[in-house]
Every structure is written in structure tokens, then in C-alpha cells.
Design a protein around this ligand. Structure first.
Ligand SMILES: Nc1nc2c(ncn2[C@@H]2O[C@H](COP(=O)(O)OP(=O)(O)OP(=O)(O)O)[C@@H](O)[C@H]2O)c(=O)[nH]1
Ligand SMILES: [Mg+2]
Length: 261
């Protein structure tokens, strides 16, 4: 069974060599390729080409001069260009340990599921690599909210925000995906009828470089979530409803404070 390791990258040049080394070490006996889908401005693509010359596995890079749909768009582009139907998606900063790849492959290879997600929140998995308590809080809260919004689809998915998973791409309709946001796994699970299972993993510290998670990404994620749940028109309705609630809350606060009556 062949596998393509799809790695979306944005300015990860300091991680490429170590990542390729560790992936190659666990996949040397497998028909595997590593495919970087790169939107960088720091020459990560040149670094991939340099590393590929001495790598033990075939290593390719697609560099997008005009990135479409950010991280999610990069992953879908990787699926389209992959040499194999089985793909493993992982971050380019070594927070996802390559040593877990054989377990993901073995599980998806059994054929009774189409997608195997590596979860920080099941069994002996953990999220200790999140930078600080604020990131822990954001991760935990958004996971709870997301699972509450999709109770049926996410019944057995403890970490819908993970970026580390194996997928049989022949089981999904890539054209059905609208990967606007940061969280492609959620998009796949909600929009396509995939059979999902999980394995635990330990989320590590970043090896080199800087995080791209930001408030802007958070807002984009919230937008993705409302669109996924309520559709396009209703996204406006949701924002309208939030506005109405905020309005009432402000009037209440001002009344309580004795500023208006
Ligand atoms: N191709 C592409 N990759 C991206 C983009 N944004 C982020 N990435 C990559 O997606 C992966 C996850 O991004 P990170 O910045 O590590 O996000 P995170 O893991 O949630 O945040 P940290 O825990 O702080 O590292 C990394 O490999 C990034 O380089 C993008 O717009 N395009
Ligand atoms: Mg990261």
C-alpha cells in the first residue's frame, strides 16, 4: 500500500530537513512520497528542493505563488496532486510526531474506516505542546463548542481540530469540499460521509520557526463553523442575532450601572 505524506507549509524552512529525516526513518520500507504544499515567503520551497536531493524517499514541493484558501486549500491541492490514494496530512513544524505514521497507516489500511485522526484528547494522547494556558483554553473551548454544534457527526471524534490524520482520498468527493478555513479535517468530516476512527498522540513542541495561529485565524475558524452549520444566508442571520444579543446586553449593563434608565 502506497502513501503520500501531505505537508502544508508557511515559512517552515528550519523544519524541513529534520522532518524529512524523521519521516524517512519510519517509512523506508514503504512505497511512500513526501509532498510539501508551500505558500511560504522565506524560501521553504528551495529548502525542500535542496533536502530532496539527499533524501531516502521521493520528496516533492508544490509552491503556490497565489495561495488559494490558505491551509485548507493547500491540503486539498496536495490530495489532488498525490501519487497515492492513501494520504497522511501533518504539520510542517514537528508538532505531529512522524513516529506515529506507521500506526495511522496500519489503522486506515484495515479498510473498515476512511479516515483515522490522531487525537490529543483520547486515551494517552495529550496537548502539552500548545504554547501556553491561553492556547490550551482556546483549543479546549473550541473543541467543546464544535462538538456541540455537530453532535452526530462528531460523536466519536474527540479532536475535530487536529491537523494530523490519515485518509483514503478515494472515499471522498474532493469537489464537495469548500476549504476556506484553517481546519480541513472538520470540513471533510462534516461535508462528506466518511467513516472515522481515532488514535491518541502526544502533541509536541514546535521544532523551529513561529506559530501562524492568530486572532485572524480564530475569526476565520468561527466563520467556517457558522457556514458549515447554518449555510451561507444564515451566517448573516447568526451575526444579526449576535448583534441583537449584544445590544440587549449593553442596554442591561448601562441600566445596571445607572447610566440610563
Ligand atoms: N500551505 C500553507 N500552510 C500553512 C498556512 N498557514 C499555516 N500553514 C502550515 O500549517 C501547519 C500548522 O500551522 P501552525 O502555525 O503550526 O499552527 P498550530 O500548530 O495551530 O500553531 P502552533 O501550535 O503555535 O504551532 C504548519 O505546517 C504551517 O506551516 C497557509 O496559509 N498555507
Ligand atoms: Mg504548529
Amino acid at each position: 500500500m502506497g502513501v503520500t505524506i501531505v505537508i502544508p507549509t508557511f515559512n517552515e524552512s528550519g523544519n524541513v530537513a529534520e522532518l524529512v529525516r524523521r519521516i524517512s526513518a519510519v517509512l523506508s520500507a514503504t512505497d511512500a512520497e513526501i509532498l510539501f504544499v508551500d505558500d511560504s515567503t522565506d524560501g521553504t520551497d528551495d529548502e525542500v528542493r535542496r533536502v530532496s536531493q539527499t533524501a531516502d524517499l521521493p520528496v516533492r514541493v508544490i509552491h503556490r505563488d497565489e495561495p488559494v484558501n490558505g491551509l485548507g486549500g493547500a491540503v486539498v491541492e496536495g490530495f489532488r496532486a498525490a501519487a497515492h490514494e492513501i494520504c497522511i496530512v501533518m504539520d510542517g513544524d514537528l508538532q505531529h510526531p512522524p513516529e506515529k505514521i506507521p500506526e495511522l497507516l496500519e489503522r486506515v489500511g484495515r479498510g473498515d474506516v476512511d479516515l483515522v485522526a490522531a487525537s490529543r484528547y483520547v486515551g494517552d494522547g495529550n496537548a502539552s505542546g500548545l504554547a501556553d494556558w491561553g492556547r490550551h483554553l482556546v483549543s479546549r473551548t473550541s473543541t467543546v463548542v464544535t462538538r456541540a454544534m455537530f453532535p452526530a457527526k462528531l460523536r466519536r471524534v474527540t479532536d475535530p481540530m487536529t491537523g494530523f490524520f490519515a485518509i483514503n482520498t478515494s472515499a471522498i468527493d474532493l469537489a464537495a469540499l469548500q476549504p476556506r478555513g484553517f481546519k480541513i479535517l472538520l470540513e471533510i468530516i462534516v461535508r462528506t460521509p466518511v467513516r472515522v476512527s481515532e488514535i491518541p498522540f502526544e502533541f509536541a513542541d514546535r521544532f523551529a520557526g513561529e506559530s501562524k495561529a492568530s486572532l485572524a485565524q480564530g475569526i476565520r475558524f468561527f466563520r467556517q463553523l457558522t457556514l458549515l452549520r447554518f449555510g451561507k444566508m444564515s451566517a448573516f442571520a447568526v451575526i444579526g442575532a449576535l448583534g441583537a444579543v449584544a445590544n440587549v446586553a449593553i442596554v442591561w449593563l448601562l441600566t445596571e450601572a445607572g447610566i440610563v434608565d
